[in-house]
Design a binder for this molecule. Sequence first.
Ligand code: GLV
Ligand code: MN
Ligand code: MN
Length: 425
Amino acid sequence: MTIEQQRTETVRIDQERLWASLTELGEVGAYFDAETELMGVRRLALSDEDIAGRHLVVPWFEKAGLEVSFDRIGNVRARRPGLDNTLAPVVIGSHIDSVATAGRFDGCLGVLGGLEVIRTLNDHQVETLRPIELAIWTEEEGCRFGTDMLGSAVAAGRISEVDARALTDAQGISVGSELDRHGLVGDRPVPVAPPAHYVECHIEQGPILEAGGYEIGVVTGVQAILWHRLTIRGRAAHAGTTPDALRHSAVLAASLVTVKLDEMVKSGDYGALLANVGRFDTSPNLVNIVASEAIITVDFRNPDEEAIQRASADLLAYCWEVEERCGVTISSEITAHTPPVEFYDEVMDEVEQVANRFGLSNRRIMSGAGHDAGEMAAICPTGMVFVPGRYDGISHNPREYSTPKACADGINVLLQCAVTFANQE
Ligand code: GLV
Ligand code: MN
Ligand code: MN
């Protein structure tokens, strides 16, 4: 351990200040959630609420002395200079866009925890060899424009700026027009120059750490994600007069596909496959008309790339059967696909060692959810720190909750990792 490391070893973040930041950002885009009777968060990417969140947080970055810049896809990068600013930075961060039924932690912990790291380093006058940069990635969730990890994927060069700008939401509004409307297109070019390291702290969003009583998850990687959007076209017809044999119901077809997915998951033929139909839009959506159109989305997850691809192919083969049986046409578009990602041993080892030194119980864990870190892993040594959530780790739900201590534990580990890597030559 270097002298600088020994000195920062005793530095701890301010748990109350982190919690206050999380609480304040949680007010932006807050709505009353009828299902849970709780206040939830709705800050869909590039919506007015998302921008209001940025308008709250970016001045905090500036107040902490960070030099804020934007890249061409609206990712925020805020820099704390190092002793040698010719060296590539260590990047920490996450996202503040949310799903429509979010809690206060998903993504926000990584961003506001990153800010807490910067504030703490400032408080203790800790200097690092390399700059440390704090990132807010655009449209991590993917639920508005259909492709997840969009901003970090453009930064990493997996998706082009042109293709990203052309994506549209359900109302036909494009990423590009929203970036322009909000003045978010910055001068930093994409793809970005590779950072020295990328480390992200995030809530687990699942039940494993809580069930085992673990305080920290050392994240080994991210499972594969594959999303389809299926557009099913049938024929509108009178529900009272059209004989069954003459119907072409898009809703029946969409329902058969939905049930088939559940059977595929339960069959065990695809390993640890998960499948979700999250969007189920029908048209004209009226009681006495056989539905002429349905648009559904399918979200597959699997740690095994071969199995997720096989599930995807088998789904399409089943769609042909459904076309035949229901007299409909089904067109399919793959809107997102990321193979499994493995994080770097050096980052996992560092997270584990810090957790052990701090007496925090920990285990290695693969991420079920997608993360910007998965994109960064393509361009630099990357890893993640997970903290446990309550209530089976429920997430994408206003009940999402991690305790102030759990959040602080994760960010204390993040701080040590960031300093270690930022002092590497
Ligand atoms: C991001 O939250 C995901 O869908 O995994
Ligand atoms: Mn997230
Ligand atoms: Mn999420």
